[in-house]
Design a protein around this ligand. Structure first.
Ligand code: GAP
Length: 414
């Protein structure tokens, strides 16, 4: 059953992925969990949804037009292009010829487009390479309309686009990605305590994804390696099957972005502390989460092999709150109308309650269990002849493969 697709009609394009019914369900569960934890459950956080294409002045002021670049090299022999910092440039990884690379040049990763019917320099804009700037440009609107107490944060989930030179490793480095970003506005004197709180919140997020604490690592990023706007960055890395790599980042962006906007737009970005006349441009702590990397870590963590009755079994040990399908409902036999009717009744009630409930009456029960194991369904519910007598069902548990009996009433209040 498909979690994700490589588009098959025309073969797709490198760095872009489509998600199938199960993949999108898993992705939604991740983004909904994030919104629940970081927006709905908190008093100091507010959501926004900014446009993907913004005024190009945004990207000039943010530094992206000038500095959002990666070093690019081209092989003189086979013309393949690579990110210079990701390969050994003494030999071309494609054709194998040595000494074919010249000097690296800086390649800007923003996708360009033209807005409106005129196709010239005056109409150039960009697909946003990060969701963050849409938050900074809306900060003033939120202060003017809601006037939240400081510190407060703005959160956004949305697509971002990066023309990566070498997209790679499944969805680890893609060209169309989704970010879940927070800009948390603080009193400049209090940035350290806010940074520490968000460091802890990030760990709580990794726990909520079900990631093993021993596989999550903090990397204090050296000044030379930090983004141009950051005074402190911690990369949270995860032990992916491809190695230890960045899962998400936590940065202290100072007042870099709001000051840029103030200086370039002429609009004041100051915040007046409530109950005083003190005014200042807030500083910003930015936890920035990539959806694809969260999804990839969740899949890597969940992938499990064991042995059941002497046979190898592969299953996804997904946390119940992330599983694309929570319950699979089956009649024991699909040619017994009374079983099918009762099973349909149970299915309809569970579906109404949880939404992510699947019906499966194909093949024998053993095969149905294995199919559900593979997609990480925690519970399979089977309606048999006893159900017709006493209103109980068999519930089969994914991780232990154990089966127990439960009344339908208890199942529906679970
Ligand atoms: N606003 C800050 C920012 O965008 P970043 O470190 O460039 O910082 C944040 O990106 C997160 O977005 C990364 O930690 C990663 O999870 C995700 N990300 C960035 N580029 C990506 C790509 N090409 N493919 C998949 N995820 C990516």
């Amino acid at each position: 059953m498909a979690l994700y697709f490589r588009e098959v009609t025309y073969g797709g394009i490198a760095g872009f992925y489509d998600y199938g019914p199960l993949g999108v369900a898993l992705k939604r569960n991740i983004t909904n969990l994030w919104w629940q934890m970081f927006v709905n459950e908190r008093e100091d956080m507010f959501g926004i949804d900014a446009a993907i294409i913004m005024n190009p002045k945004v990207w000039k002021a943010s530094g992206h037009v000038d500095t959002f670049t990666d070093p690019l090299v081209e092989c003189a022999e086979c013309k393949s292009r690579f990110r210079a910092d990701k390969i050994d440039t003494s030999k071309c990884p494609n054709c194998g010829k040595a000494g074919t690379f010249g000097e690296a040049r800086q390649f800007n990763m923003m996708f360009k487009t033209n807005v409106g019917p005129v196709d010239d320099d005056s109409s150039v804009s960009y697909l946003r390479p990060e969701t963050a700037q849409g938050i900074f440009t809306n900060y003033k609107n939120v202060v003017d309309t809601l006037y939240p107490d400081l510190p407060f944060g703005l959160a956004q989930i949305g697509k971002a686009f990066r023309n990566e030179i070498s997209p790679r490793d499944f969805i680890f480095r893609v060209r169309e990605l989704e970010q879940m970003e927070i800009e948390y506005f603080v009193d400049p004197h209090k940035w350290e305590e806010a940074f520490e709180l968000w460091r802890q919140n990030v760990h709580a997020w990794c726990d909520a994804l079900g990631l093993d604490k021993n596989k999550v690592h903090e990397l204090e990023v050296e000044e030379a390696d930090r983004a141009h706007y950051s005074k402190r960055t911690i990369d949270f890395e995860y032990d992916f099957p491809i190695g230890r790599e960045e899962l998400l980042g936590l940065a202290y962006r100072t007042d870099f972005d709001l000051m840029n906007i103030q200086n370039n737009s002429g609009k004041g970005m100051e915040y007046t502390l409530k109950g005083s006349n003190e005014r200042f441009v807030p500083h910003v702590i930015e936890p920035s989460f990539g959806v694809e990397r969260a999804l990839m870590a969740v899949l890597a963590e969940a992938y499990t092999e064991d042995e059941v009755n002497g046979e190898k079994r592969v299953y996804l040990k997904l946390p119940e709150h992330l599983a694309p399908v929570r319950y699979c409902v089956s009649p024991l036999l699909k040619n017994k109308p009374e079983l099918v009717a009762k099973a349909r009744e149970v299915y309809a009630s569970l579906k109404k309650k949880h939404g992510n409930v699947m019906w499966d009456d194909n093949g024998n029960i053993g095969k149905r269990y294995r199919r559900q194991d593979e997609i990480g369904t925690p519970y399979c519910v089977v309606i048999d002849f006893d159900t017709l007598e006493d209103d109980t069902v068999t519930i089969r548990h994914r991780d232990t493969t154990e089966q127990s009996r439960l009344s339908i009433a208890d199942l529906l209040t679970k």
